[in-house]
Design a protein around this ligand. Structure first.
Ligand SMILES: [Zn+2]
Length: 330
């Protein structure tokens, strides 16, 4: 049957049997009456959770790892699960909407618009790990008491009002970034409209795992609701490291030889060949020195600054006490 969202008026299809639904456009969750008529949203019913997907997180992790470049061939067979913890992480959900103007020196104006559903993570060890994480909107359920005794339950470390301020900040940053990207040398930037709508507190399942391979322990995090690998450390095989060192040396030598050859004609050309050669081989060499690297299914790992928050999360989570309550088996 077709239902209409009481907030944004969007129409969408839901199965006949459901009693509640979440709007795929603005993230509002509401109860359904007869023939799909939206009933009023209950103000106190703003606490949700995401149910676990029925797959073993360690299997998910290994299936992802064996597809990574440079992973030892026997990683899956040679790894032993050391830790498997389920965390319920508090996240405030918001629907954000905004418009901004940027004016360039020439008087040209650019308009920036944002329309999104975002999650503000409200538990310190996870803020770095889940920075900018795309949480799913649909599939959440009204909170049940039993969730508190499944795995490690984290209470929010700040209230929804602070969450709202952070969401507003994120909206303004996104608008500024978008406006200034299309209008360089902007003289003026102004947010014309910004709207942040609270969509409830969601307890989101995150698996924290560690596995041992040839005497070394590696950490990993898996999204408990959709089974995606958020972040995982893995060893790099000796063959892969040798290959990288060989490639890097070859690039370096090529740059050097070409630089020498050109030196007699134009000494400046050495800057054009040798320096890029050195730069790219230094990147390869520093990567090959590392025996362990990080991989992710949900974010780009190139930015080293991004990983600082992640290191901290790993440190904090490794030191957390073990859950006293049982977590589901697979
Ligand atoms: Zn809606």
């Amino acid at each position: 049957m077709e239902v209409k969202c009481p907030y944004c008026s969007a129409s969408f299809e839901v199965p006949e049997t459901v009693a509640t639904t979440t709007c795929p456009y603005c993230g509002l969750t509401f109860r359904l009456g007869i023939e799909g008529k939206a009933l009023e949203t209950v103000p106190e019913a703003d606490h949700f959770y995401f149910p676990l997907c029925q797959t073993d997180p360690m299997e998910v992790l290994m299936a992802f790892l064996i597809r990574q470049v440079g992973v030892p061939k026997d990683l899956s067979q040679g790894s032993v699960l050391k830790k498997r913890e389920l965390h319920y992480v508090p996240v405030y959900f918001f629907h954000i909407e905004g418009r901004a103007l940027a004016e360039s020196r020439g008087g040209r104006t650019t308009m920036a618009e944002e329309l999104d559903n975002i999650g503000i993570v409200a538990s310190e060890p996870f803020t770095g790990l889940l920075k900018g994480y795309r949480f799913p909107m649909r599939g959440k359920r009204y909170f049940e008491e039993r969730i508190q005794s499944q795995g490690i339950y984290h209470k929010p470390s700040f209230d929804a009002d602070i969450g709202k301020k952070l969401a507003d900040q994120r909206l303004r940053e996104a608008l500024r970034k978008e406006a200034l990207e299309s209008c360089n040398n902007a003289l003026r930037f102004e947010v014309e409209e910004s709207k942040v709508e609270y969509r409830g507190l969601v307890h989101y399942p995150i698996w924290s795992l560690s596995y041992e391979f040839r005497g070394e322990v590696y950490e990993g995090f898996v999204d408990g609701a959709d089974g995606k690998v958020i972040l995982v450390e893995h060893p790099v095989s000796l063959e892969a490291r040798i290959l990288q060192i060989t490639t890097a040396t070859a690039i370096l030598l090529t740059g050097f030889v070409m630089g020498i050859a050109l030196w007699t004609y134009t000494p400046l050309a050495i800057l054009g060949t040798l320096i890029p050669g050195i730069a790219s081989s230094v990147v390869l060499l520093t990567r090959s020195v590392k025996r362990r690297v990080k991989a992710s299914e949900t974010r780009a790992m190139e930015d080293e600054k991004e990983s600082i928050g992640v290191e901290k999360a790993m440190e904090v989570l490794a030191g957390l006490q073990k859950p006293r309550t049982p977590i589901p088996d697979f």
